[in-house]
Design a binder for this molecule. Structure first.
Ligand code: MF3
Ligand code: CO
Length: 252
């Protein structure tokens, strides 16, 4: 069931997204050679809680972190800990805040220092996939128009698209209907109507799209161990059928 949001509820989600954007602007610059992923996790938690928010990741299905940090061949759901980032890594930061019962969700992949041109391109194309997916939101459009836009741009560049994990509705809960796949699936294809709030999150691999979960039961890695990038925005469909991007981040 897709739960549409009224203007007052959308304003609550906007505030949650605004805090999340500020959080990401705060932790993004921590991504430097030598920092541990656990340090970014601790900062995420204290920053969010000191502003009256709650990281909804913490405790979600037993998840132990306040954000997911996924390095190189890790696609999503990497658990923060002792690992230290090194020059040349690419690092996905995926965070979400519950602010007064309104949920936001966003992810960015950042370079650690100088990274290879191959990785720069993977990150750029994945961002472009997100931008194109958002741009597919138009009056009369459907979920699969987003999926098709993301998939077409990734595959045109020779990249693999992750199929096992999808974007999703968001706002009243972390994960709501509808699913937003990054490929044209045989599944439900609802129309994108005013009041919908969705998280669009392409996960794009340098190699093939296949992934598996590590023994920690969380970390998703590429099967071929090649690097992966992930960007995510929370987006609302406005009364005129056009998108409003509620989260924001910037690249270095
Ligand atoms: N942020 C992820 C998503 O986009 C979900 C993370 S689940 C958690 O849906 F348990 F790792 F927090
Ligand atoms: Co999400």
């Amino acid at each position: 069931m897709i739960r549409l949001k009224n203007e007052e509820q959308l304003n609550g989600i906007r505030r949650s997204c605004e805090m999340l954007s500020q959080l990401m602007a705060h932790i993004g610059p921590m991504v430097k050679p030598g920092v541990s992923t656990g340090e970014i996790d601790a900062e995420t938690r204290s920053y969010t809680e000191s502003r009256g928010g709650r990281s909804w990741f913490l405790g979600y299905d037993g998840y132990p972190g306040s954000l997911c940090i996924s390095v190189n061949e890790e696609v999503i759901h990497g658990i923060p800990g002792k690992r230290r980032l090194v020059e040349g890594d690419i690092v996905g930061l995926d965070c979400g805040i519950d602010l007064g019962g309104y949920f936001s969700d966003s992810a960015i992949t950042l370079p650690v220092g100088q990274v290879s041109e191959e990785l720069e391109k993977l990150m750029r194309i994945t961002r472009e996939c997100l931008v194109r997916g958002i741009a597919a939101i138009k009056p009369g459009a459907r979920v699969h128009d987003i999926s098709r836009a993301v998939f077409a741009h990734a595959t045109a560049n020779g990249y693999g698209v992750v199929r096992q994990y999808c974007g999703h509705g968001v706002g009243f809960e972390a994960h709501e209907d509808p699913q937003i796949p990054n490929y044209v699936s045989p599944g439900p294809n609802p129309r994108l109507v005013p009041g919908m709030v969705i998280a669009i999150e392409p996960m794009i691999n340098l190699g093939k799209g296949d992934v598996k979960v590590l023994d920690d039961d969380w970390t998703v890695i590429t099967l071929d161990r090649k690097p992966s990038a992930h960007y995510e925005h929370t987006v609302a469909v406005l009364p005129d059928g056009t998108p409003e991007i509620l989260t924001s981040w910037s690249m270095p």
